[in-house]
Design a binder for this molecule. Sequence first.
Ligand code: ACM
Length: 523
Amino acid sequence: MFRLLGSLLLVTAAGAFAGGAAPAPRAAATPLDRVIPAPTSVDAGGSPYRITDSTRIRVDGSREARRVGEYLADVLRPSTGYRLPVTTSGSGGIQLRLGKGSFGAEGYRLDSGSKGVTITAAGPSGLFHGVQTLRQLLPAAVEKDSVQPGPWLIAGGTIKDTPRYGWRGAMLDVSRHFFTVDQVKRYIDQLALYKMNKLHLHLSDDQGWRIAIDSWPRLTTYGGSTQVGGGPGGYYTKADYKEIVRYAGSRHLEVVPEIDMPGHTNAALASYAELNCDGVAPPLYTGTEVGFSSLCVDKEVTYDFVDDVVRELAAITPGRYLHIGGDEAHSTSHEDFVKFMDRVQPIVAKYGKTVVGWHQLTGATPVKGALAQYWGLDSTSAEEKAQVAAAARGGTGIVLSPADRIYLDMKYDANTPLGLSWAGYVEVQRAYDWDPGEYLAGVPASAVRGVEAPLWSETISKSADIEYMAFPRLAGVAELGWSPASTHDWGDYRVRLAAQGLRWDAMGIGYYRSPQVPWESVS
Ligand code: ACM
């Protein structure tokens, strides 16, 4: 389907200068339909609103709306140089209102005209998402951290917007390389720009255990002491983890912690000899092979260990989910894998969390309400896909992370300096151009809970690496998760995406300048 891009709206801003002698510049307001992810509906028209030094951010009396208002002020103040007080009194300006409407928990409505911009939503997440849209309607320079000339125009019209899926996630592998709390926060801020709402943290793997568990302290003091390539590793104290959870919550993201089991457990096996079937702890591991480690399925201590880990992790996780991994358990027999998952899933339920597993969980018996995260490829066997589809028909929810589409650690092409290529090269169009609702044959559309973009970190060790691999593909994943299928159009998307490049430049995000995208340059 071809969506008409609104042409650049040229407006004369002279009238907005109170007594200004200098001729005002002609300024272009970003058309309402330039937003990523594409809104559900756009009705452009009417006069633009101009943010000036007398603009106020008006919120209703709720604490949540005020928090979103303060967040918006923090975004706008450095570049506009305006005071932008957040207040509950008066009318006009930028208004954030909680109100009734068919927005769902996360949707919003944005109305813009000469007197002001109003964002209305049923809850704070909707207001927050409306604020992300408002940011994108302002010039890219609004994202800079020093005062810019403006003018700060928002085109007139109405946007009504509700997400297609409730699961719009990104996974960060903090095990292969460790990332600090500040590095994770930086990524959270980037995810929030595109209305993503889940941060899945891959907290344990062969190369490092990254979350403090008081009852098994060597997991971190020893098991967390290295990483791929032999660097110093690191781990989150419980206070660190709570701070990540708090910060994610302030950006309306839910943290989904993963303890990968029964494979991908060398760091735990190295820390505690009793977890090994032969009672001998292996050395720490700093390579990148997979599939060589397994918890000992027949030992009772294994389930004491899992119970302690899940109990302690659940206690510091306000989110609903706990991911138990289950991928690449090549050193666990099928029979043992099934036995293990039959024992471990009820432990997750016992501590009040919903099970998420990689899609290999469907080879065991997913408990009622469990979610399976599909990470296969086009070339994954028909049998494996059928097994996932059968589980979906049986009630298991599916989160789609096809590796040859949205694994952010896959190289874009042969020249990409970072990343892997076992699932092939994934250019920007390939990452965007598929439909989660129709992706897996035999999976009912209602079983698809959404999409998630994993970023494995065998080759990724700093924020600049994360950003180069995530941008621009992350924006496409966000659109797949949020926007109605009827808006999906590569030709239209690539033009909207091109405009995002200027925003990333303003934010200091070093992105991959894909030749598939007609990037705009600073004029
Ligand atoms: C995975 O990529 N092993 C889930």
